[in-house]
Design a protein around this ligand. Structure first.
Ligand SMILES: *Cc1c(COP(=O)(O)O)cnc(C)c1O
Length: 384
């Protein structure tokens, strides 16, 4: 919900832009910290969800670690001031240059996705006379029951080391003397809203940890990844994720000993709700079958609907509720038919110049913006 005052301010600004509600971001971070610290859980923020400078600064100030999936993200995290000893680095395709950079920075841990990658990191660390801390990213074959394009923990996915390779991994670790294995890492997908999935993950993790411990592989870090979903349908009433329930599941179902740390990597749950994409209606086309509201924002600003059929709540914030409504296909100006935010959205009768808010766009929004069609870089406005 946007106050009249805020809508008036938006009226005077050039659109489209991302609006970040920093107060809501802080409220979310506080809720996350309060819930996770009860159990001494370690939380890393997945930079890929949103790497806006102000957003990162705010998150860093809550003493959260960083989860990176490229050398660029490792660099950014360190520049922003996330402690190096709290930086983890995952990704199925780390280049030699990225690995060397992270070795030079002495990051906390590489989350390693294959035996070949273990060998490469070992070689590169040896050349520097260093020991690299690694965790094995395991593909636990647990279904996240989310959209298939954002599922990562099934055998058909490219991520992680599969169970049938475990014997080989244990043998490899014995020979790779420039590696120190800290533990295991899992990340099974994103926008997970069925919390039973995390219970299933815990049960699987318990089995796998035991398997490695039985073979004398020391497991001091259990990193269960991220993936906690948000409610895209109720951005105002469910604006902060239920972190209490989420962390409690891990406390209840994840077996661990006193010397084992539990780590999390949350992206979306921390930043999705604090962001909205604000745009103007350029044209309205009233058709015989379909009406179109054509916005000045498109898939170049927010790609999620085109990329994985994502739902975002769409509001006409220039109109008050209670006015006569109509259905509109809300589309962007880009020359692609998938440049459509949603079909048949019920909105108050809409006119050229109206402001449209696309809600819950703080995660995987601005970071995926492109300049396709030679579009301008999307602007950002902050609210306190
Ligand atoms: C993307 C990603 C995350 C964060 O996922 P969310 O769904 O945004 O919480 C965590 N860990 C890894 C390895 C990732 O690739």
């Amino acid at each position: 919900m946007f106050s009249n005052e805020l809508v008036n301010k938006f009226q005077s600004l050039e659109t489209p832009f991302y609006y970040y509600n920093v107060a809501l971001l802080k409220e979310t971070l506080e809720a996350c910290q309060a819930a996770s610290s009860k159990y001494n859980f370690h939380v890393h923020y997945a930079l890929k969800a949103n790497f806006d400078e102000r957003v990162l600064q705010t998150i860093r100030s809550y003493n959260i670690g960083a989860d990176c999936v490229s050398g660029g993200e490792v660099k950014k995290a360190i520049e922003i001031g996330f402690g190096k000893e709290k930086v983890v680095f995952a990704g199925v395709g780390k280049s030699d240059a990225e690995i060397n950079y992270a070795l030079d920075q002495d990051i906390f841990c590489f989350n390693v996705e294959s035996i070949q990658e273990l060998e490469v990191i070992n070689d590169l660390a040896a050349k520097k006379g260093k020991t690299a801390r690694v965790a094995l990213r395991i593909n636990p074959n647990v279904n996240a029951y989310t959209h298939k394009y954002i599922t990562t923990g099934l055998e058909e996915n490219k991520f992680g080391i599969n169970q049938w390779e475990f014997d080989k991994v244990v043998a490899a670790l014995r020979n790779l003397s420039n590696l120190k294995c800290l533990g295991l890492h899992f990340h099974i997908g994103s926008q997970i809203t069925d919390l039973n999935v995390f219970k299933s993950l815990c049960i699987k993790v318990n089995e796998i940890v035991k398997w490695f411990v039985d073979r004398h592989v020391e497991i001091s870090v259990i990193n269960v990844g991220g993936g906690l979903g948000v409610d895209y349908y109720h951005p105002d009433t469910k604006s902060v994720v239920d972190f209490e329930t989420y962390f409690k599941i891990f406390d209840s179902f994840l077996e661990r000993s006193a010397n084992q740390e539990v780590h999390f990597e949350l992206g979306r749950a921390l930043v999705a709700n604090c962001g909205s994409l604000i745009s103007r209606v350029l044209y309205v086309k009233n058709g015989q079958v379909t009406n179109f509201a054509i916005l000045d924002a498109g898939m170049t600003e927010l790609m999620r609907p085109a990329l994985y059929q994502a739902y975002h709540k769409i509001e006409n914030i220039s109109k008050t509720s209670g006015e006569k409504t109509k259905n509109y296909d809300v589309v962007g100006p880009i020359c692609e038919s998938t440049d459509c935010f949603a079909k048949a959205v019920e909105l108050p009768e809409t006119q050229r110049g109206d402001l449209i808010a696309i809600r819950t766009a703080g995660a995987y929004g601005e970071v995926m913006a492109s300049n396709y069609n030679l579009r301008d870089k999307v602007r950002v406005v902050y609210g306190e």
